[in-house]
Design a protein around this ligand. Structure first.
Ligand code: ATP
Length: 253
């Protein structure tokens, strides 16, 4: 048997971007935000796209998740070439396979945490009982089991973001996108949120792609892509393994 068969192959990328280009026009001036960007992202990992404000992180996330079209290049998500999907197919793909977590939580003021999480599940066509069961499981997974009847006004910022994560998680998406999920939170709550995202990747095999300019997150990702001026400057595994870091924080019995 050749050496090529003895090593365990790394899993196929769930997201593949090839020579992705994007420009925006402002008046007569056109500025290129992404310059022929190429990358692969795999499941079971929390991949962080880090870089200064304005370097193109959110634009890249929007393109990889199918929210925005690229001007050139290609994006394959779970084997689908996104530019080849009609608007309806793209909407269906995003509903069935992706979850989103945003900086501003995007919760409905009048709904309880449980109702917020159930809502997208009913859009997906799940029956009432299944939706409720999944919503409860997801809220428990993010530590909000006892607070699921509360509305956003009764929850802290960190708890609101955990509701938003539970809402994304309950869909059981293969791809979970997070845009600056910790920037409205203090250090302790930011840490909880990033640990939850990391656990979701590890426990469910989800591809978790997070963009942030928060340098505190770097040590908690499995992989960090550093961006600047619309290009990826480096692609590395942080020196502190998140698993070791979280084990180090376990209180001694
Ligand atoms: N719809 C748009 N129209 C015009 N310019 C845009 C648009 N969206 C983004 N840009 C510009 O593209 C550049 C990159 O923006 P983007 O939001 O992707 O950066 P970012 O790295 O996520 O920044 P931040 O960390 O501040 O969120 C910025 O200069 C921004 O002004």
């Amino acid at each position: 048997m050749s050496a090529a068969f003895e090593t365990s192959p790394s899993p196929a990328p769930t997201l593949q971007a090839r020579n992705v280009r994007k420009s925006f026009a402002s008046g007569r001036i056109e500025s290129t935000v992404l310059h022929d960007l190429t990358l692969d992202v795999r499941g079971g990992e929390l991949t962080l796209i880090a870089g200064p404000s304005g370097c193109g992180k959110s634009t890249l996330l929007a393109i990889l998740s199918g929210l925005q079209p690229a001007d050139g290049g290609s994006v394959r998500a779970l084997g689908h070439e996104l530019s080849g999907l009609s608007l309806n197919e793209l909407e269906h793909f995003r509903l069935q396979h992706t979850g989103f977590v945003f900086q501003g939580f995007n919760l409905f003021p009048a709904l309880s945490a449980l109702e917020q999480v159930e809502l997208p599940l009913t859009y997906m066509g799940l029956g009432k009982g299944t939706a409720r069961q999944r919503a409860i499981e997801s809220l428990e997974e993010v530590g909000l089991g006892p607070r699921m009847q509360l509305r956003p006004a009764e929850l802290s910022g960190g708890e609101k973001q955990r509701v938003a994560i539970a809402r994304a998680l309950a869909k059981r998406p293969e791809l979970l996108f997070a845009d600056e999920p910790t920037s409205a939170l203090d250090a302790a709550n930011g840490q909880i949120v990033i640990d939850i995202l990391h656990r979701i990747a590890r426990n469910h095999g989800t591809t978790v792609l997070c963009v942030s300019h928060d340098p505190r997150l770097v040590g908690h990702a499995d992989r960090v892509l550093a961006m600047e001026d619309g290009r990826i400057l480096s692609d590395h595994v942080p020196s502190v393994s998140p698993v070791i870091a979280s084990e180090a924080k376990e209180p001694s019995a």
